[in-house]
Design a protein around this ligand. Sequence first.
Ligand code: PLP
Length: 456
Amino acid sequence: MDGAQVGALEREMDARRHLLSPAEEMAKLGSTSRPLLAYGEGIHVVGTNGRRLIDGPAGMWCTQIGYARREIADAMSEQALRLSYNSPWYTVNSPAAELSARIAAMTPGDLDRVFFTTGGSTAVDTALRFTEFFNNVLGRPLKKRIIVRKDGYHGSTSLTAACSGREGNWPNFDIRQDRIAFISSPNMRLAEGRSEAEFLDFLVDEFSSKLAELGPDTVAAFLAEPLQASGGVIIPPTGYHARIKAICEANDIVYISDEVVTAFGRCGEWFASEKVFGVVPDIITFAKGVTSGYVPLGGLAISERLLARVSGDNARGSSFTNGYTYTGHPVSCAAALANIKVIEGEGILEHVRDVSGYFAEALNSLSGLPLVADVRASGLVGCVECLADTERAVAGDLDRRLGARIDAICFDLGLIVRPIGHMCVLSPPLIITRAQIDEMVAILRQGILRAADELA
Ligand code: PLP
């Protein structure tokens, strides 16, 4: 064994003994080892054992421009040497100021005021805390409820976890909160024979009924991802968001679009809410792709109209006190500005729009395979839903192990898949080429076929 191999082995032991992972199976604490990565390059990551893998999920939906981009490393290093930190309470740094203006120009409508956070969970948490603050300042202490959807995912703070409708994340955490109300996931697979238009009417009626049941004067916000990413790339019926937004507007309910996954090119636009999903929200949250995952950063853009109601002559003595030590961190914001420059310079939004049809077709070519119950795609995010019995709409216990099994087979063949129960999600770095899409989908095909053989 050479020095590098011994070093890698030692790090694996360190991780096994001392790292707590975000999905730790507690019975195996201390005995599971995950592959140790040595480096990343373009759309690939390479393990310390030399294994080269296509990064199918773009890390966690975030490595938009790919790994090892010198432009980002240089921007971060220059900023770290120039001004590594500033106290956001008393001073402003130049990258945060510039980035706020760039993002304000990218967002739809009048979402022109930006607050920076440390990631997606804190972005959504802040958006919800803002609506709380907003209604308190307006003298509406009862207008506090939040309507969310089943299968949504909004983060891992107490509040954002409570807003996430993926019950698999719930056991042993005291997650439920009375002020949070759930409505259906807009998943066509659950339409029970309705057409898309009928299902849309059903979903809109359900929202209206929930509002009537709770009382509009008690509802502060509707929180929704444009497409439900972690729920399995659930794409709502056309017009869904605009119709719900109209009801929100009529009832003075803040519409929060959680674009932590969909922003910064994933759907071929800086922000997907308006251009892809036809809605201008009151607040948009973002994270992940804003720095292509090089360094943590998140944030939210808030409508000026909303802010005007609780600022200036309408402030009623209030201060919006919601501070993070690292809000608008100069190095993170410098990374984001460099990332935006790369996306613009290389025409990456146009590239995503150009290859998204090809990506969808490639995934759809898996439709006839055994196990494949449904295929969904939008921009460069897609999901292959696998069920032992493809006629069923809902997954059983056996199905829920399929994603992990397919992922394990694909891993050996050179592809990381994001398994979510019975679903295999792919959301590759946005720089992926057509040839690489072919390679990625060919491996997934192998993974599905071999998993099906094992079941037979
Ligand atoms: N919102 C959405 C839609 C997400 O998918 C995620 C994470 O996957 C989050 C919020 C939480 O973001 P973070 O993990 O950066 O806290």
